[in-house]
Design a protein around this ligand. Structure first.
Ligand code: SF4
Ligand code: SF4
Length: 199
């Protein structure tokens, strides 16, 4: 029987036995915030235009109340950059429930559903499962805490860098507003991030 993400409290040791069964639910429901590094990696590996695979959503569409630093000020308002969904799931989810861009998938997909915390020595201090969907996992696998720490560090570094860029962008947009100008478009934002292919 697969387990469902629930309020059951499990120890980090238990949760390190997490095994994804490939049910695909995490690629169907939750909206996935992207960083600029994710967008560039996907563009470079697929050749797809970020204007096609990225969407910008407002605070009503995504539960990021405690993370104002994730919102970029655009012409249409404050928006979070996510991977576009179509036909009931991520646009890169195949009919076989496999990810079509597995090697270049966003770091948020790689770390899901783990939400770890590490102590100063790098030891695993806490481990939770993000409950963003009905995750049909099993507890008969094995995950290496060292690999999880490395992935978490990559994820945190990419997020911090992207949020610094958002902060600089937002300061510029506020400056424009004080001059009576509108904030700039999502295309301009992607160009600012270096995410659009050079023409
Ligand atoms: S990029 Fe791949 S792993 Fe991430 S949500 Fe889409 S299909 Fe799933
Ligand atoms: S919801 Fe859980 S079990 Fe299903 S594909 Fe995602 S990580 Fe794997």
């Amino acid at each position: 029987m697969s387990k469902e993400a629930s309020d059951v409290v499990r120890s980090p040791k238990e949760l390190l036995k997490f095994r994804c069964t490939g049910c695909g639910n995490c690629c169907k429901e939750p909206l996935l915030p992207l960083t600029c590094a994710d967008v560039i990696r996907i563009r470079e590996s697929t050749g797809d235009d970020p204007m096609d695979f990225v969407r910008f959503v407002d605070e009503d569409a995504i539960d990021l109340d405690g993370e104002p630093e994730a919102f970029a000020l655009l012409g249409q308002g404050k928006r979070v950059m996510i991977l576009r969904h179509q036909a009931g799931g991520c646009r890169y989810l195949g009919e076989d429930l496999r990810c079509k861009i597995y090697d270049s998938r966003p770091l948020g997909c790689r770390i899901f559903p783990f939400d770890p915390a590490f102590d100063k020595q790098g030891g695993l201090r806490r481990l939770k499962l993000i409950q963003a969907t009905d995750c049909k996992y099993e507890l008969d696998g094995g995950n290496d805490p060292g690999e999880l720490r490395t992935l978490h560090q990559r994820y945190e570094a990419a997020t911090a860098l992207y949020q610094q860029k958002i902060a600089a962008w937002n300061r510029e947009q506020q400056r424009r507003k004080r001059q009576g100008k509108r904030p700039q478009s999502s295309r301009r934002f992607l160009s600012y991030l270096g995410a659009l292919a050079k023409s």
